[in-house]
Design a protein around this ligand. Sequence first.
Ligand code: ATP
Length: 220
Amino acid sequence: MQNECSNATQLTALFGGTFDPIHYGHLKPVTAMANEVGLQNVTLLPNHVPPHRPQPEANAQQRLKMVELAIQGNPLFSVDERELHRTIPSYTIDTLEEVRRERGANAPLAFIIGQDSLLTLHKWHRWEEILHYCHLLVCARPGYSDRLDTPESQQWLEKHQVFDAKRLSQQPHGYIYLADTPLLAISATDIRQRRHQGISCDDLLPRAVQRYIELQGLYR
Ligand code: ATP
């Protein structure tokens, strides 16, 4: 018998990213998503970038530190360092498999992405299997189409899409939910370019992260 405090039907979510650096375009839509679908916890998952891919400007330890500073004192967020500790190339699907094993077959689990990532999801390793492990929660992002680019992928989206957020807690995985989150035209690329050009990044990312970037001399 489940005790009254059981979290078995509590939806939780992971949010992966390079976070080079983390910014309000990550934090604000995801916070709005949490309110919209009733998430108590979002685990930020900084990515390991394999050596054969273009490297982030900040190293893994700096990206992790920026994430920690950005969420300090905010009970909604936690951070999971597992991908950063990997020495061999790994994919999101590997992490999802691992987390699913840890949480058990019945725990509702979601993976949060932005609209741009939804549009390129078909290029992810074993992308068709993602919904076997989690739901996908999609944050709106300005400048990206709200339709997928082939009839097949649009059909796939419509087959799995749900409009009532309550359904996300009723199944462990398998649904796609497109949220009505605020549109923020912020990207890490733009922040890095602004820094290179000496343009202010105030209002684009938390103060503590900005201070750390200054102290470490990042993105100059
Ligand atoms: P870069 O500019 O270096 O590509 P980014 O700003 O897109 O970086 P990532 O760390 O690559 O940030 O993104 C992690 C996740 O956050 C992705 O799923 C992405 O779609 C989402 N995301 C990033 N910025 C926004 C934004 N402004 N609005 C909504 N989602 C976002």
